[in-house]
Design a protein around this ligand. Structure first.
Ligand code: GRF
Length: 215
């Protein structure tokens, strides 16, 4: 069974979705550890309550990005993960860190990339007046919120939406697509060629989830 390490910075609802899928027998992975860069991350308590090893490396205690990322990699590697899962980990990663985990580092981003990389994606989607929004699971490259797409889910932007209602609609999809992407990885079905992801035994259609309400 594949070993995964999950990195969080806060609430940890995506991490919880992964734990839930594992507990239901839907995700054949060993969640070896959950690591946060913030001591107050609520997700740390959730992980500990689920009996998962937790670690906290406060980035403020390090001289800079390189020192922090080196310490973080050392901490992660103690658990010998096959896959590192960024689940609301709010740090820009150094190229060295990304290279070290090439092909085994996944992120979830709350927009249909390449639209709206960075922060405040839901408000920016509303400000732009887009009709379709969503989330993306991708392999991480050195460029922020960029990299080969594993799966995306699309949701409608509805009249009267505000940032909170749109964020909640997207989050429901995040909790579907992230366990799905990790499951494919765990089953050894993801491959990367020319910057594109293939899911063995599936057509690309399975990697495009359409939420209810979207025609
Ligand atoms: C999610 O919207 C995720 O896409 C983004 O940060 C948020 C984290 O939420 N990267 P949670 O901590 O998983 O609840």
């Amino acid at each position: 069974m594949k070993n995964i390490v999950i990195l969080i910075s806060g609430r940890g609802s995506n991490m919880e979705a992964l734990i839930g899928a594992r507990d239901r027998g839907d995700l054949p992975v060993n969640i070896a550890a959950v690591i946060s860069n913030r001591p107050d991350a609520k997700g740390l308590e959730t992980a500990a309550a689920a009996g998962i090893a937790t670690r906290c490396l406060d980035h403020k205690a390090y001289a800079g990005r390189d020192a922090f990322d080196a310490a973080l990699a050392a901490c992660i590697d103690e658990f010998a993960p096959d896959l590192v899962v960024l689940a609301g980990f709010m740090r820009i990663l150094t190229p060295d860190f990304v290279r070290h985990y090439e092909g085994r580092l996944l992120n979830i981003h709350p927009s249909l990339l390449p639209s709206f990389p960075g922060l405040h994606t839901h408000q920016r989607a509303l400000d732009e007046g887009v009709r379709i929004h969503g989330c993306t699971v991708h392999f991480v490259t050195a460029e922020l919120d960029h990299g080969p797409v594993v799966i995306q889910a699309a949701v409608p932007v509805l009249d009267g939406d505000d940032e909170a209602s749109l964020a909640a609609r997207v989050l429901r999809q995040e909790h579907q697509v992230y366990p799905q992407a990790v499951r494919w990885f765990a089953e050894g079905r993801l491959s990367l060629a020319d910057g594109r992801v293939r899911v063995a035994g599936e057509t690309a259609a399975v990697t495009a989830l359409v939420a209810p309400g979207l025609r």
